[in-house]
Design a protein. Structure first.
Length: 342
């Protein structure tokens, strides 16, 4: 007998599982916990699989006034870190029937300043919520993100726009870098700082200064540059050639800036780590492509995206998001060593 071409309905699933249509709706809408037993929920899911049932998401979303779409606003699309954030967020979203749309706001510029038309001029109607990096805070005004359920990443919990914040424990990462270098005997530091007005970079500068200056006999100078290899190279070269004792440790705000520092040091005939130790932040693939491999703070970008999406789901459901910063890890490689005695 030829299979029926009629699309199975929730009533068919209910009859197959021996439950009510209301129970089917609860289970397939992922709202069954506390209302339907686990064995019953699994029976409904199995019946849906056996029948090839797929909910009419368009009709359900129209009924609920939801698009089940989330906007993720990041500074750049070409950075490995934010690709990881998207991957983590999309993975959690898919498990809850949501999609994630990625939108770049280069260097934090508002979306209206982007070189391509803004498809989210009516974002309030197009998405259910927003996840945004603090480096793109200005863009939220253009999409009225401050009037949507909003989760901020890398943002000051005491003064952000959103309903929740999700942060990596970047302060602990910088403390670990400082303690590592101080423990090796370094006392002259250069901070190659990202020239980006963002809370996360303010934390890095503040924590580094606090740790270094707490040790007698230390010096700390700062050189600022945009986050690019060439800009970091130029800034590092200028800082390393100014009068006075040369720093023995160069602390970079991210791995790309560390790569620029490597280039500056080699142009000046200096060796890593024999003459100058170098550290980064992120632990991108670039960190192990450098020679010597880079000592850096590992930030789990995918876990960051997962936490951001879970926090937004909690906000949408009226729950309190999980508290606590995401731990980071110092990865010690060949770019750091005790300072030369020569």
């Amino acid at each position: 007998m030829a299979p029926s071409s009629t699309r199975p309905t929730s009533r068919d699933v209910a009859q197959r599982a021996g439950v009510s249509q209301a129970a089917v709706s609860l289970v397939l809408g992922d709202k069954w916990r506390g209302r339907v037993s686990e064995p019953t929920a699994e029976r409904v899911r199995q019946a849906a699989r056996d029948l090839g049932y797929r909910p009419n998401l368009a009709a359900r979303n129209l009924r609920l006034g939801r698009t089940r779409t989330v906007l993720l606003v990041v500074p750049v699309l070409t950075t490995e870190f934010f690709a990881g954030v998207y991957t983590g967020a999309a993975r959690v979203a898919a498990g809850h029937g949501f999609g994630v749309v990625l939108y770049p706001s280069p260097e934090g510029r508002p979306l209206r300043a982007a070189p391509i038309p803004d498809p989210f001029a009516s974002a309030q109607a197009a998405v259910d919520g927003v996840i945004a990096s603090s480096m793109t805070a200005d863009a939220l005004t253009a999409i009225r993100g401050d009037q949507l359920p909003l989760v901020m990443l890398d943002s000051d919990p005491a003064g952000n726009l959103g309903a929740a914040t999700v942060n990596l424990d970047i302060a602990d990462g910088v403390r670990r870098i400082a303690e590592h270098l101080l423990g090796l005997g370094h006392r002259r530091f250069l901070h190659l700082a990202a020239d980006v007005p963002s809370w996360t970079f303010e934390v890095r500068a503040r924590e580094l200064a606090a740790r270094v200056r707490a040790v007698p006999g230390t010096t700390l100078h700062t050189a600022r540059a945009p986050i690019s290899i060439d800009a970091a190279r130029t800034a590092a070269e200028a800082a390393l050639t100014r009068p006075g004792p040369r720093p023995t440790a160069l602390v970079c705000d991210d791995d790309k800036m560390a790569a620029g520092a490597y280039k500056a040091l080699r142009r000046l005939g200096l060796r890593v780590p024999d003459d100058v130790s170098v550290t980064g932040v992120d632990d991108l693939a670039l960190a192990t492509a450098l020679d010597p491999e880079l000592t850096t703070v590992r930030l789990d970008a995918e876990l960051f995206g997962e936490h951001g999406m879970r926090a937004l789901l909690a906000v949408l459901e009226g729950r309190a998001p999980e508290a606590g910063d995401i731990p980071v890890e110092l990865v010690v490689r060949g770019s750091t060593a005790p300072p030369s005695t020569s």
